[in-house]
Design a binder for this molecule. Sequence first.
Ligand SMILES: [Zn+2]
Length: 90
Amino acid sequence: MTKGWTIQDLIDKRIKLHAFCHNSRCHHNQLLDMQKLKDKLGADAPAMADDLIPKLRCAKCGGKHVGLTYSPDTRPTGDLRSAYERAKGG
Ligand SMILES: [Zn+2]
């Protein structure tokens, strides 16, 4: 039975967390620094949206109406390099 991801899980899975502000006059959004979150909350802290959103605040307007998107980094390492090698003909 899974209890959801922890901060460390997100780092291990290289999932990017994007926070955005629902304030219609603000719409600030930023990529969260996972290392900073880990320092602040601890590696084992639950990191599902329901866990994190209450702890977040818009850095721009200070609003608490913040949303989160999770984007897996699916790009395989070395992909760019092999594409470069192919382009070079090697
Ligand atoms: Zn805001």
